[in-house]
Design a protein. Structure first.
Length: 222
């Protein structure tokens, strides 16, 4: 992490394109039937108890078992691979992209992922903090828990087997946690973001600058 951050360049990028582009893939092999169109607005799961499902995106049938996939986020369908309509696809085939409008909090998280040391998931699996790390988080908070290369920080649960995952990045504190315990995470997706202790002031500067900049622009837009 550099001691200098080009705020104007980073903020300019998000002002010109304040969106996250979420690719949607086939979860398993099967025959695909799309339930949405290009430029369609979609919503994610909602309701007080998350009881209202998201917008249906597509159906995939394998061995006569039909599964309906709903949107994991809100936004607009920006691309759709219509050539695959009615076709048999392999697991991991890209089907569409959702353009999700970023809120201020999400923009801060996106920028932090650029300046923190992000530790990715080694495989698609469910993850949990190790007992030692979880205990320290419960006593303090994640942002007060330090990690160093070689530490066993996370447990990967895959195919009913638990495997320790050892940290291999910069020493620092766990500033951001991107996974929920027991919820499947894709290979390469971020698990945690670590910040060296001597760089914490830069992170605070990022957050302060983004909040001030976005509040100013919201006032001008009103």
């Amino acid at each position: 992490m550099s001691d200098e951050i080009d705020f104007d360049e980073i903020l300019g990028k998000y002002h010109s394109d304040p969106y996250e582009y979420v690719d949607i893939f086939a979860e398993h092999t099967g025959k695909v039937h799309f339930l949405c169109e290009i430029d369609s607005a979609v919503d994610t799961v909602s309701g007080e108890w998350k009881h209202i499902p998201g917008t249906p995106l597509f159906e995939i049938t394998r061995e006569r078992n039909l599964k309906k996939i709903t949107s994991p986020t809100n936004g607009v369908i920006s691309s759709l691979n219509l050539d695959l309509e009615g076709s048999f696809v392999e697991a991991g085939e890209k089907l569409m992209t959702i353009r999700h409008p970023l809120k201020k909090k999400e923009i801060i998280e996106c920028i932090l992922k650029e300046v923190l040391h992000v530790f990715p998931a080694p495989e698609r699996a469910k993850y949990f903090f190790s007992l030692d790390v979880q205990s320290r988080i419960e006593k303090k908070s994640a942002k007060e828990v330090s990690v160093k290369p070689g530490d066993e920080i996370i447990i990967m649960s895959l195919m009913k087997r638990d495997t320790p995952v050892y940290y291999n990045g910069e020493a620092g504190v766990i500033h951001s946690v991107y996974f929920k315990p027991g919820v499947s995470v894709g290979q390469g997706d971020p698990l945690i973001g670590v910040c060296p202790v001597d760089k914490l002031h830069l992170i605070k500067k990022v957050i302060t600058r983004v909040k001030a900049d976005w509040d100013k622009n919201e006032v001008h837009a009103a």
